[in-house]
Design a protein around this ligand. Sequence first.
Ligand SMILES: *Cc1c(COP(=O)(O)O)cnc(C)c1O
Length: 429
Amino acid sequence: MESWNVKSLEALPSALDQVVTNSRLGDDEYFIQKIISMIKKLQPSEEAFYVLDLGLVSNLMDTWKRNLPMVQPFYAVKCNPHPNLLATLVAQGSSFDCASPSEIESILALGVSPDHIIYANPCKASSHIKYAAEVGVNLITYDSVGEIEKIRKWHPKCSLLIRIKAPDESGCNWPLGSKFGALPEEVSPLLQATQTAGLRVAGVSFHVGGESYNFQAYKTALEAAKAVFQEAAKLSMPPLHVLDIGGGFVSEPSSFEAAAATVKTSVETYFSEEERRSLTVIAEPGRFFAETAFTLVTNIIGKRVRGEDRQYWINEGFYGSMMLVNPKTLLESCIALKCMSNNSDGIEKNPVLMVCGKATGGARTYSSTLFGPTCDSADKVLEGDQLPELEVNNLLVFRNMGAYTSACSSHFNGFGSAKITYILTHDDS
Ligand SMILES: *Cc1c(COP(=O)(O)O)cnc(C)c1O
């Protein structure tokens, strides 16, 4: 961890926004602490901020290519549309899953060819389909008969992927199947209606649910996808040739490797060598690329003691980055750091008060509540969890805060989410 280049950090100009390092944030608490200390020293402010480690994003792309070399990733923009993250993914050769004209526009503006975009929102407004046709986004998903007429009218030349409901969504934290995906008995009528409308079905897509730890879900979904390929053949449609395995991947290495291995063997099980030769396999990972790259640094801005209970206000909350983050994950990702007395001058020499909800040095803990900054009582991010005694101007650092966090923030009560992001780029030479 001493490979981190302190000199280059200390020589930074006062307008600090880009830090070149040769270490990565990851789980290295010492490095996280150093970076935050440096930022606080150079830019004293009590505002919450993000640190985005672009080196981690490149590492993840390497991991993806190593484990799923035959699967082209289309990063799901909704997960986190931070411009530097998107630009890094462009540089790494990613394609993109967009769900709205404004997402499509932001990706085209980065110089990405419309051929590298999938419009993966199964139900779209007519005007949005028309927009996709105008800008040349020609790969679109659908899962209902109602969508066929709109597409026939506004984008008849596009290629369609029929989105099917994944048969097994158990083991995921964010199921999608109650809203998306054709049921098995709907597939044949949908294919026939598409054919009657003169539209071209290129293949099948599914999503096993967000943050999935049930790798067999990919197997059963691929089996269901194969059944759709067979149904199309039975209907004498032109052979399907695109397989879109959606998202749901987590970046924790053993989980990702297990999911990738299941995908690989299942594709080989259900599609013969000859079929695989003409098969294009794509995926729509969101969380995989975004989650670990962002670290959120918040400040304790208020404290109240009620008997044994400790209550704290931090300057980020439900309406900022934490609407879709599970409290258990928040607690497991949290580090508390002590600031210098006036909070503006970096952090203290031995600043770690807490890691993952546990006091360091064995200090006593208290049942604690963490509130966000707005005037809604539901703006509460932890409740009844054991935390050590914390004080105003301590920092609470949350790791792995890149997936469905700032992307979901609202401006309720005039707060929004952390506005500043410090970027770590990497010099591995
Ligand atoms: C949200 C979404 C994704 C990304 O899912 P992750 O679980 O974050 O990988 C992919 N495809 C579609 C259609 C989605 O709606």
